[in-house]
Ligand binder design. Structure first.
Ligand code: GLY
Length: 333
């Protein structure tokens, strides 16, 4: 069992990595109250059932799997159920699922009665590595990803590696892309470990070490005023690909993989490409630079003005540059 304590102004909480840990959540979390469990129909139902069996009084909402669920419509559904069930400020929400479920349930917890406790049991590599830690919650709206949301730190996160056993290989690589991102920019030693030993072959260790990186970043910059932007390495391109070009065909981590390749060159690019190849992640843009720039422009329209691009000049380092959106194509070339 590994315990990482995350300390931010918005809350102090433990991220526990424990094989089979879902069975033990009532020993570490306050579940002696009403708990709304949120899951989706792509998650094996026994995970939410196990979570429910550990609560004194709970009800479960099972939503359709997929990004479309991260919507205001789903949010209304959650708020309605919470009100119908007469949940109070001392009750809690628990997500049992991937990033969609975590972001949505986290936002419902952040907003219901101005904020109630939130627990997260991420069931994908992507959500274990990245989205379950750091308190970003949101829904998509008006064609933009994550445009309505809040920072709301969980009360606890359980990383149970046994829940990953049912995932297809593509989903595992999808999540490991985010671990590679953190290693490439912030931890050259982890990157070398991945090069030498493989990320897939050392899944639990890589997840825990990546979450350790994320913890340090989030503690230093909870609200993404500076350092946390480094976690957006590969994401300017990824979000554009997702929102405009390949929302349903490419997974998030796959878009990030391509996006990272666009943001480095020379030996760094060669090393990154080799690591991504080994994970069967894509490394080549599925569209031309012009089309991509247009997609970035659309994606960033809501933020206006300049965008911050993160590059990786050498493994274990990063640079952030503010450039006008209009210069993005020139920057890429
Ligand atoms: N996924 C990026 C962040 O949590 O800041």
């Amino acid at each position: 069992m590994t315990r990482l304590s995350v300390k931010t102004a918005g809350g102090v909480y433990d991220v526990i990595s424990e094989r089979g840990g879902l069975q033990n959540i009532s020993k570490i979390w306050e579940l002696d109250r009403k708990v709304m469990i949120v899951t989706d129909d792509g998650v094996p139902s026994q995970y939410a059932e196990m979570a429910a069996s550990r609560c004194k009084s709970s009800f479960t909402l099972t939503l359709p799997q997929g990004e479309a669920t991260k919507s205001v419509k789903s949010l209304l559904l959650l708020w309605e159920r919470m009100a119908e069930e007469k949940m109070t400020r001392t009750d809690a929400v628990m997500a049992v699922g991937g990033g969609v479920v975590g972001d949505l349930a986290g936002f419902a917890a952040a907003t219901y009665m101005r904020g109630i406790d939130f627990y997260n049991v991420p069931t994908t590599v992507l959500s274990q590595v990245d989205s379950s830690v750091g308190g970003k919650t949101a829904v998509d709206f008006a064609g933009y990803k994550n445009i309505v949301g809040a920072f709301w730190q969980p009360r606890g996160v359980m990383l149970d590696s046994s829940l990953l056993e049912t995932l297809p290989e593509r989903q595992i690589s999808n999540g490991l892309s985010e671990a590679v991102k953190m290693a490439a920019t912030l931890d050259g030693e982890l990157f070398r470990f991945i090069e030498e030993n493989g990320a897939r072959e050392n899944l639990e260790e890589v997840i825990v070490r990546a979450v350790g990186i994320k913890k340090r970043v989030v503690e230093a910059d909870e609200r993404e005023a500076g350092l946390r932007k480094v976690l957006n390495f590969g994401h300017t391109v990824a979000h554009a690909l997702e929102s405009r070009l390949a929302f349903d065909t490419m997974y998030h981590g796959e878009c990030v993989a391509v996006g990272m390749m666009c943001m480095c060159s020379g030996d760094t690019r060669r090393r990154l490409g080799a690591v991504l190849d080994r994970l069967s992640l894509p490394t080549v843009l599925p569209c031309g630079a012009g089309e991509l720039t247009e997609a970035v422009f659309h994606d960033k329209k809501a933020s206006g003005g300049d965008i911050t691009v993160v590059t990786c000049p050498s493994v274990g380092s990063y640079e952030m540059k503010n450039i006008p959106i209009g210069d993005f194509e020139k920057f890429l070339s």
